[in-house]
Design a binder for this molecule. Sequence first.
Ligand SMILES: [Zn+2]
Length: 303
Amino acid sequence: MIYGLDIGGTKIELAIFNQQLERLECQRVPTPTDSYSEFIDTLADLITQADTKYGIAGAIGVGIPGLVNAEGKSLSANVPCLNNKNVAADLGAKLDRKIAIENDCRCFALSEAVDGAGKNYTNVYGAILGTGAAGGLSINGKLYFSRQGIAGEYGHLQLPAILQQKYQLPIKKCGCGLHSCFEGYISGPGILYLNKHFGGDSADVPSLVKQWQAGDKVATTAFECYLDLLGASFATIVMSYDPDIIIVGGGVSLIDKVIEQLPHSIEQHLFTNFTAPPIVRAHFGDASGVRGAAILARQLNNE
Ligand SMILES: [Zn+2]
């Protein structure tokens, strides 16, 4: 039995898989965000109940909305009680087993690389574009583990001066503490920000997409700028890792025109005669977080 846990800012999802990664069941409980002991107890209770039901101590993988550094300590803006805590060590001690833990966007990348949209490729980059912009690289079905666990944070590279000047964009402070990170312009909220910058007033991305499809002038300008910035951002992934495929998840990935036009936009920011890899939508969608965490747990326990 393998337990995949996806920690969100409001909900914890537990999915129970067999060794073939068939999902047997799934449950959700609210995330304790302020009390770390309550957080650990909540996870331990979920696991203990599952152990009892299936009569086996299952393997455990956890995806968190944040970073895990080389010492195993977390950094999470969405679940503040995790900051500076070693979830794998504390939960592992409580349940007496090894715990795999990783950033949720990298869990997504792993899930898509192993048996999702990237299963026929060697070097697979998985990028989430939703409320934020983050991702990770998988090589031969294994996540690329870097010195501090921050490789692939494409959303927190800074906007080039040439684009900032071209569109007269204000320098935004990012939630990560840096300035003018791509995330502030290329995430879902980023599209709305750009539309507002050009004089539009859409309240949400779907209505803005409708305006774009209907030929609205401001929406068209906003999306032209958006695709230029997103292309530049994804070009940094190509320049850094040159992956065989980039798989996109999150709300923005549902916009067909963005997925279709993105390769061309990336190529505007690459050397002449070098190409963008295929850009495809995620196969497992929202289920990728728990799946990736479960795959990590399976890999940890088979090593
Ligand atoms: Zn940032």
